[in-house]
Design a protein around this ligand. Structure first.
Ligand SMILES: Nc1nc2c(ncn2[C@@H]2O[C@H](COP(=O)(O)OP(=O)(O)OP(=O)(O)O)[C@@H](O)[C@H]2O)c(=O)[nH]1
Ligand SMILES: [Mg+2]
Length: 427
């Protein structure tokens, strides 16, 4: 099965809890704190891999969880870090955050990686909270929760050349001749049901990638035939190779199929319709094609296209076509390089830092949000008096208490941070 869009739910590992422990040594009745830190939770990483062709693995396993970090131990032993999960996806996978509706990344080169959910930091052990006034801290930090996300992954293949044409014109035959791809070939329309990629070797150094997609017919954008849903796979190609079956044309209107397909491309996206097109007239081994060839050449040249007569079946005319495509792509690359250097940003980019917390008042409840404060709450052990003390100190230190008072908070009002509800007291 060819899967090109999946929704997944991922959760990185939670950090391990810090340990509360005291040294026990002979003849030392009250040893100092020696609770170690928790280990870090495992990250979830997505990596592009050229050996992977579809998103089927993720379709079958849409829930991914990375390992939690282990808790710290006495003797200042740090807990073990949780293992990362590496999800391999095809080149051309676009990753979107469902809840924030933003694109996180577009993986286009082999081994390119992105950490999509960070594992939580391990909580600090009690030995870290020792100070001159607190010699025997009896609390430790809890591990930070791992990030959770819902993502859409969709595949937009990355090919240099997109093969388009009516069904049965010989697109798959051509791809199988110029690359080592092995798409199904048969003498009936809609043989190809899924896109295929093939690497075309031009010479020792140069190569390009060509994509064969299912045939298009009039009305594809309304779902006729196999529809136009496969066109997104050639949205990122640089040039379209439009294949014409030279044996199957209407003499009174030789551009009929060609125009119908271009209309479908345009209906799908103007961008796609604007891509440069090169014409290959296939099945030139057949006498019917030979009869039509002069007429076809004439009409296409008149429309401003370059035309290559070929026979995919007999492997005739393919070298000229491949060299032309390759040099066309080279020229485009040079042009792109020039354009990129011309549009490089001149101004410095200024980043804004996120505020430490945001206070929203609803009735008499002060709701507080913000990455840092939520993290502090998640890592505090509220069953432990000393940990609560420490939490209050932090709240003061980051200026939250002051801000709340400025907003008019009174004794007994409620403060909500994530799921925790506190009663405000200034005594
Ligand atoms: N005589 C001749 N037949 C060809 C040539 N190229 C392809 N064919 C035949 O045309 C038929 C269709 O070829 P395919 O390569 O499956 O065509 P396609 O465009 O991929 O078709 P769909 O996947 O259905 O859109 C097969 O029977 C091929 O053998 C050619 O150059 N000459
Ligand atoms: Mg085919």
């Amino acid at each position: 099965m060819f899967v090109d869009r999946v929704k997944i739910e991922i959760r990185a590992g939670k950090g391990g809890n810090g340990a509360v422990s005291f040294r026990r040594e002979k003849f030392i009745p009250k040893g100092g704190p020696d609770g170690g830190d928790g280990g870090k939770g495992g990250d979830i990483i997505i990596e592009a891999d050229e050996k992977v062709g579809t998103l089927i693995e993720l379709y079958n396993h849409p829930h991914q969880r990375a390992q939690n970090g282990e808790s710290g131990r006495g003797g200042n032993k740090k807990g073990k870090d949780g293992e990362d999960i590496i999800i391999k996806v095809p080149l051309g996978t676009v990753i979107e955050d469902v809840d924030r509706s933003m694109v996180l990344s577009d993986l286009v080169t082999n081994e390119q990686r992105i950490v999509v959910a960070r594992g939580g930091q391990g909580g600090l052990g009690n030995s870290r909270f020792k100070s001159s006034i607190r010699r025997r801290p009896r609390f430790a930090q809890k591990g930070e929760p791992g990030e959770e996300r819902r993502l859409y992954l969709s595949l937009k293949m990355i090919a240099d050349v997109g093969l388009v044409g009516y069904p049965n014109v010989g697109k798959s035959t051509l791809l199988s001749r110029i690359s080592s791809a092995k798409p199904k070939i048969a003498d009936y329309p809609f043989t190809t049901l899924n896109p295929h990629l093939g690497v075309v070797k031009v010479d020792e150094i140069k190569s390009f990638v060509a994509a064969d997609i299912p045939g298009l017919i009039e009305g594809a954008h309304q779902g006729t035939g196999l529809g136009d849903k496969f066109l997104k796979h050639i949205e990122r190609t640089k040039v379209i190779l439009h294949l014409i079956d030279g044996s199957d044309i209407k003499k009174e209107n030789p551009l009929h199929h060609f125009k119908a397909i271009n209309k479908e491309l345009n209906n799908f996206s103007e961008e796609l319709a604007k891509k440069p097109q090169i014409i290959a007239i296939n099945k030139c081994d057949l006498s019917s094609t030979k009869e039509n060839l002069d007429l076809l050449k004439k009409v296409f040249v008149k429309e401003g296209y370059q035309v290559f007569p070929i026979s995919a079946l007999m492997a005739e005319g393919l070298n000229a076509l491949i060299y032309h495509l390759s040099s066309f792509l080279e020229k485009l690359k040079l042009k792109e390089k020039k354009e990129i250097s011309e549009v490089l940003p001149k101004k410095e980019v200024v980043y804004k830092f996120a505020p430490r917390f945001i206070i929203k008042k609803k009735d008499n409840v002060y709701e507080i949000s913000g990455e840092e404060i939520e993290r502090i709450v998640a890592m505090t052990d509220f069953d432990n008096e000393e940990a609560i003390d420490n939490f209050q100190k932090i709240i003061k230190k980051i200026g939250l208490e002051k801000s709340l008072i400025k907003r008019g908070i009174k004794e007994g009002d409620q403060v909500k941070i994530k799921e925790m509800i506190f009663t405000f007291s200034n005594k």
